[in-house]
Design a protein around this ligand. Structure first.
Ligand code: AMP
Ligand code: GLY
Length: 415
C-alpha cells in the first residue's frame, strides 16, 4: 500500500491525514492525541527520517525554514514549496513587492522599519487603517481599525519589537479594502494550478466579527459566491500573473498556493498569499473532497500536473477554543463529550471532530492543550444543513470556558 507522511500537529493535519487515510497508509509527525486516538499513526520522528511515497507539510514555519528543500534533496515527493516560494508567506514586504512586479491587484501599501516615515505614510491613508507585522505571526499580526490613534500606537508597538520580536521590526501599512473575503486554495505543480473548493473562514474571535483576529474560528466550503465568474476573474487577474512571476524568478512552486482574496466593488484583490493549506478552511474542504486525494497530491509534488479535485456537498467547521484565546489561552481543562477515539461519545453521522490542540491526562481523558482545541466539522446537502448539524455536535462537547462563535456560516448568501 502507498504511504503518505503529514507534517504538523493541528486540526488541519488531522483533516489531511483522515482524508488521505481513506486511500493510503498515513503517518503524522508529530501529530497529536486526537489524531492518534482516531487510528492514524503519529510518530515524533523528523520527516527526513521517514520513508513514504508522499510528504505533505502542513504549517508555514517549517516551509519558511526550508524543510521541503531538505526533503527534496533526499529525493522525496513533497507538497509544499521550498524556502524561496515560502517567502510569499514568510515576509509580507516580499509578497507585496512580488505582487507589484506581477501586476496582481492588491491594496496600496508601504513597508517601513522606522517610525517617522511609517507614521508620515499612515497620515496619508484614509480609514480603515491596516497595520501588519512583516513576518510570521500566526494570523495575529494584523490590525484593522478606524481609529488613527490606535493605528499610530500599533505602528510604534510593532516597530519596537515588543509584540512580535524580529518578525515585527518591519511593518506594512496598507490601504483598507472592503468586501466579502474568500480563501481560494490552488494546487500548484510548479507550472499549472487547479482550485480546491472555495472556502470562507471567520477570523475574528467573536460573533458578528467582533474582537481580535485569530488563526480562524470556523469555516465553510464550498463558498458558492466565489465560484463561476469570480473564480475566473481570480484566475485571470491573480493566479495566472502569479504563476508567470514565479516562473520568471525561477521559483518551482509545488504545493498549495492559498490566495486570501477580498471581493471588492472593483474586482477581486489579493489580501495575502499563504503557501500551505489554510486552517480551518482545510477541515471543511477535506470533508467535501470527492474521490481520491493521494494521487492528485502526488502529481503536484512530482511536478506532473495539477489534477482537478471535485467536491460534493457542503461542510461547516466550528472551532472550539480555550478560554482567553487568542491573547492568553488557558489550557489543561478536561473535555467532556468525546469517546476513546476522540470523536463524539454519542456519535452523529456526517460529523468528524478534528483535534487542533488536545492531550490526554493520566486517566486517559482528553484535555485542552492549545489555543484552538477542536474543529468540529459536519457535512450536508446545503450550508444550512451542515451548519445546523455542526452546532448539534458542538452542543455535545464541553470544557471550562469554551470559546465558540455561534454564527459560523450563518449569513452565507444563497444558503
Ligand atoms: P492577513 O493576515 O494579511 O490576511 O490579514 C488578516 C485579516 O485582516 C484579513 O483576513 C482581513 O480580514 C484583514 N485585512 C488584511 N488586509 C486588509 C486590507 N488591506 N483591508 C481590509 N482588511 C484587511
Ligand atoms: N485561515 C487562515 C489561515 O490559514 O491562515
Amino acid at each position: 500500500m502507498k504511504r503518505a507522511v503529514v507534517v504538523g500537529s493541528g486540526a488541519r493535519e488531522h483533516a489531511l491525514a483522515w482524508r488521505l487515510a481513506q486511500s493510503v497508509e498515513v503517518v503524522v509527525t508529530p501529530g497529536n492525541a486526537g489524531i492518534a486516538a482516531h487510528g492514524i499513526a503519529c510518530v515524533d520522528v523528523p520527516a527526513s527520517e521517514l520513508d513514504a511515497d508522499l510528504f505533505v507539510i502542513g504549517p508555514e514555519a517549517p516551509l519558511v525554514e526550508g524543510l521541503a528543500d531538505r526533503l527534496r534533496a533526499q529525493g522525496k515527493v513533497v507538497v509544499g514549496p521550498g524556502a524561496d516560494g515560502a517567502r510569499l508567506e514568510g515576509s509580507k514586504a516580499f509578497m507585496k513587492e512580488f505582487l507589484t512586479a506581477a501586476g496582481v491587484p492588491t491594496a496600496a501599501y508601504g513597508a517601513f522599519t522606522e517610525a517617522g516615515p511609517a507614521l508620515a505614510f499612515l497620515a496619508t491613508m484614509t480609514p480603515p487603517y491596516v497595520v501588519k507585522t512583516d513576518g510570521l505571526a500566526a494570523g495575529k499580526g494584523v490590525l484593522v481599525t478606524d481609529d488613527l490613534d490606535a493605528a499610530i500606537a500599533d505602528v510604534r508597538e510593532k516597530l519596537s519589537g515588543a509584540a512580535f520580536g524580529a518578525a515585527g521590526t518591519t511593518v506594512v501599512i496598507e490601504e483598507g479594502l472592503s468586501g466579502e473575503e474568500c480563501s481560494l486554495l490552488y494546487l500548484c505543480d510548479g507550472t499549472a494550478a487547479t482550485a480546491l473548493a472555495p472556502a470562507q473562514d471567520f477570523k475574528r474571535v467573536g460573533d458578528g466579527d467582533a474582537g481580535a483576529n485569530t488563526g480562524g474560528m470556523g469555516a465553510y466550503a464550498p463558498m458558492d459566491a466565489a465560484r463561476g465568474p469570480i473564480e475566473s476573474a481570480v484566475r485571470e487577474t491573480i493566479v495566472v500573473p502569479t504563476l508567470a512571476e514565479l516562473a520568471r524568478r525561477g521559483i518551482d512552486f509545488r504545493g498549495v498556493l492559498y490566495a486570501g482574496v477580498m471581493l471588492t466593488a472593483s474586482g477581486p484583490k489579493l489580501l495575502e498569499y499563504n503557501v500551505r493549506f489554510g486552517d480551518p478552511e482545510t477541515e471543511a474542504i477535506m470533508a467535501v473532497v470527492d474521490g481520491d486525494l493521494f494521487e492528485p497530491l502526488r502529481a503536484i509534488g512530482s511536478g506532473k500536473g495539477a489534477p482537478l479535485i471535485a467536491s460534493a456537498g457542503y461542510a461547516v467547521t466550528v472551532v472550539l477554543a480555550s478560554p482567553g484565546y487568542p491573547e492568553h489561552p488557558r489550557t489543561g481543562g478536561v473535555i467532556e463529550g468525546l469517546g476513546a477515539d476522540g470523536q463524539l461519545a454519542a456519535p452523529l453521522a456526517d460529523v468528524v471532530v478534528f483535534h487542533a490542540g488536545t492531550a490526554r491526562d493520566d486517566a486517559g481523558q482528553f484535555v485542552t492543550a492549545g489555543g484552538r482545541v477542536l474543529a468540529v466539522t459536519a457535512t450536508g446537502p446545503s450550508i444550512d444543513a451542515a451548519r445546523a448539524l455542526a452546532y448539534v455536535a458542538c452542543a455535545r462537547i464541553t470544557f471550562e470556558g469554551m470559546v465558540m462563535r455561534t454564527d459560523i456560516a450563518a449569513t452565507v448568501s444563497g444558503s
